[in-house]
Design a protein around this ligand. Sequence first.
Ligand code: ADP
Length: 811
Amino acid sequence: MPEYIEKAENLSLPVVMLEGTVAFPSVKISFEVVDENSLAAAKAAADTNSFVLLVAAKEIGNTEAAPEDLYKIGTVAKIKQSLKTPDGTLRLIVEGYSRASILQYRQTDDYYVADAICKTVVLKDNGGVKGEALMREAISALEEVVHFLPAVSQDILLAAKGIYNVGLLADFIASNVLIKHDDKQMVLECFDPFTRLETLLMLLEKEAVILRCESDIQRQVRERLNKNQKDFYLREQIKVIQEELGDDADSEEKEYKSRIVKTKMPSEVKEKLLKENEKAAKMPFGSAEANVIRNHIDICLELPWEKKTNDRVDIAKAKKILDADHDGLEKVKERILEFLAVKQLAPDLKNQILCLVGPPGVGKTSIASSIAHAMNRKYVRVSLGGVRDEADIRGHRKTYVASMPGRIMTAMSRAGVNNPLILLDEIDKLTRDAHGDPSSALLEVLDAEQNKSFRDHFIEFPFDLSDCLFIATANSYEGIPRPLLDRMEVIELKIYTKREKLEIAKNHLIPKQMKRHGLTKRSFKITDDALVEIVDFYTREAGVRNLEREIASLCRKAAKALVETEKKSVTVTSKDVEKYLGVRKLLPERISDENEVGAVNGLAYTELGGDMLKIEVAILDGTGKIETTGSLGDVMQESAKIAVSLVRSLAAEYGIPTDFYKTKDIHIHAPQGAVPKDGPSAGVTMTTALVSALTGRPVRRDIAMTGEISLRGNVLAIGGLKEKTMAAYTAGVKKVLIPEANMRDLAEIDPLARENLVFVPCRKISDVLSEALLPTTETKARETLTAEKLPQISNEIHTNSITANLSTKGR
Ligand code: ADP
């Protein structure tokens, strides 16, 4: 417990009121006397050289305070000096002496007198450790406040550090640092020095928090001001630089204005663009927003709002152009000429959209560009492969960063006219994701009712697309979105036969590539057999894209040979092909060297053309399981089951044990296991392989077959005969078994195949089996050609007959 020394005495003293401040013992202050009573009291005290009692008014601004408006605790003080100021008021310098607790006020003639107990409390040993700790804390709190308050001088801090008295330190700091007079009064009212210093500490902490907060706010305000000033300064600088360079904002605005006025476009678009230009001019020069607006104006100005080309309506001339560019493709050409004829008679008929469907490389893209040429239209290609966002077609709103118009409007801008031929390439490769369906946007592009005012999100103004001619391409029907398919007229482009490929190569691809590589008819020649070699062994495709690539490669090599050597000309024959293009890349499936049991040559139709597809069957002891391998599709698996059931019904007739389906496991396999296969047309092949395997009768190696099979043994019609027969011919087959119903299709097959193959129409499976199966004993005897000899002979026939056929062309 601290020990105190207390002194107290009763006094009656004249009262001087303090307004807005508080006096403390042992501290000098100077203040102005504000009221008449205090003035009189001060004068009386000065005259008698005695003490006064200084008491603060509770409210600031109260200069006429009555005793009840004053606090009840004040300071006994001595007047050290009194100064009369020029304006007639009195300024006193006083020094506090001790605290006094007022008991009552009394009114004399001129002033108030207070009866009070004057009391001083002092700590023994200055409060010991606690006193020391409190004082240190008070000093560090003071340091913080001084740091934030430049108005409080470092001298005060220094002076405070020199005081070693708890109560006095509290009074000194309170008097010099505290701002509010009621805070000061709070300290004054603490007679106990500990309580006093603790109260002061609390007030200093509060002050520090407020000051810290104030300082933060000030800093933020200062930073903001600085940034605004900096921006302003920089913008002004830019302006000056732009003016120096002669391209200030004003001239930019004028330039845009004149461009907008000059460009032909609908008046409402023009008005809106002019307004946008004005808006951009009001923005800070070079601001991001102004750039967005100007970019939009630029793109709108580039659009062909009213520019057109005139259609060619001379049908004969158009036909000439189409024929000159492409061999065959009669249906497409015919349709285009019809289109032109209708256009001539009914110019306003719109919405005729063609869709060219066919495998890659059959000339879809190139015929489209040739159509544009024939019609005298500009040609633009819009690639749709992989487009999956509606915004790809219709654009992003211009407010997005780096937004752009969609592909359609970009194509219009590239075309430079508003009636181009737009090729929508690979319309079957459209996909969709969460950002909307691109096909619905395309639907709007293609719809005659809606495309008069097509609205791109970026452009924002409606644009008339109704004069465009749209042609779409696709590899297959499957991927084309149904609503789009319904709106288009589909023209199918077929796989080229070998003969067609050779014609196209001779008439178009070779001359085109020769021209591109600077070769002339005199300096370069590819013989027909070389071409056949390339088609058969270097390309396997439905179209002629790879063929063209290989020809280009030949031309390059020939050009190099001509430049490097003394040679005047290069002729490429079939024997040279390997030298120029490397070893054969493809070896088409060939027939086997021997007649085999359980292996039959089937024929398949794929996107790349026809293929010989072997079917193998193995019969093993077992429990009647049927196994199929070789990536067979569902339909093909069903064919296998039908074949097994059918063979069960034929078992007795062919000498097969009738319980084979219980005692044997059957394994059906199609080699090249990784290539998926499907379709019903291997039905006869599987049945034949099964019967052969179960009877042990070999199958003729030079026969191939195709046909769907029914449970009752009927051979049903199939598709793709043209491609299948070509594959059979290439593989070295002599005889092809086909469904009777397909005989009429023979008219359409490649003449090469027709001339070199024997066709056997089959109605029942028995027709097939009697042609294909050999008796068990005759295996060797029936073989007429040796294994090595056959491929060579077949190759000779093959090249000779192509040459013969090609040379008859044109007669
Ligand atoms: P697609 O668009 O069907 O994939 P392309 O139009 O790209 O095919 O055709 C590939 C190449 O083959 C082009 O150089 C094209 O000129 C040529 N071509 C295709 N078919 C013919 C043809 N019937 N007559 C002339 N050239 C053709």
